[in-house]
Design a binder for this molecule. Sequence first.
Ligand code: TXA
Ligand code: MG
Length: 347
Amino acid sequence: MDTFIAPTDRADLLRAAVSQAVEFLREGEAVALPTETVYGLAADALNPAAVARIFEAKERPSFDPLIVHLPHRKRLADVALVPPDIAETVATLIDTFWPGPLTLVLPKAPALPDAVTGGLPTVAVRMSSHPVFKAVVTSFGGPLAAPSANRFGRISPTSAAAVMKELEGRIPLILDAGACPEGIESTIIRIIPTPQGKPIFRILRAGPLTKEDLQPYGKIEWANGQPDKKGQIPPPEVPGQLPHHYAPTTPLRLVENPQDFHPEPGKRYALLSYRGDAEDGFLDLTEWDHVLVLSPGSGKLPEAALRFFHCLRSLDELGVDEIIAEPVPLRGLGMALMERLRRASRY
Ligand code: TXA
Ligand code: MG
């Protein structure tokens, strides 16, 4: 199959791209669409054959559940049941954060095919704020299942070119809207009611909405599979949060302290640096083949998130023997970046 990239940067091009995407979706095909987090591979969530196309294109194991994207918050009942004891919290979170990078895990509605949730009794659901995604899902008029548009276990794509590298020949269409503004996948939470006071939010995947963003509305707890206080990751409590994920083809090693890195003679190394600052102790460790900086000079975490997968992908393409990653601060968006670095790291 040929894969076409459709531009969306002019009103007429956008209209044509959206109607082409919707046509494919109605036929039960999977198409790649930009979201505010990463590019997603979307298909009709209520059509099991269409959902199967996603698993096939991604080579994703069937136990790994997909995220469902809604055209409108009023359509939540199509895919999920909201238990009365968390209804008020769900409404507040939706009012505050949707559309946006917050995914809620809720009991699934019977109409949603089991293939979407990998047989789980729950569904992960969100509403994207990306104008192109919104245009497609609204015009389609129903829920779209959309995992990240990469082959299973690999780096999430944050540009149409990156999707092309992952899925060329496997899907008919990629809508191109340039780089994704957030750069990392949505924050996933499960809400646990408490008899009095604030509910507990269990963070199943750290993401663009941080602990600090969420804690006015609930008590934050990190689920298994998330970094603990020392940043270590205990085994996950849901399928899909595999210990090795987001992995480049080139071996990647997260090095916590510069003293712990001992380069082997003759090997070519690339450095994924946080600030690119010599004071951090990494720049002088060896003759780096290449250095990419997540947040040049300033050490700003949102900038680092935005550039994260793009930098990883660029380093992966150099053909070095190993990518060495510096740690980032364990606060705010840094939690989400460290989670991804640990999962990408082979050590
Ligand atoms: O930002 C995002 O969330 C992107 C964009 C495209 O929307 N999507 C995304 O999907 O990251 P994906 O499939 O790459 O990651 C979905 C993860 C799964 O690996 C799984 O861990 C979790 O969501 N998940 C899905 N359904 C779940 C459920 N019922 N319970 C717990 N976790 C679930
Ligand atoms: Mg993914």
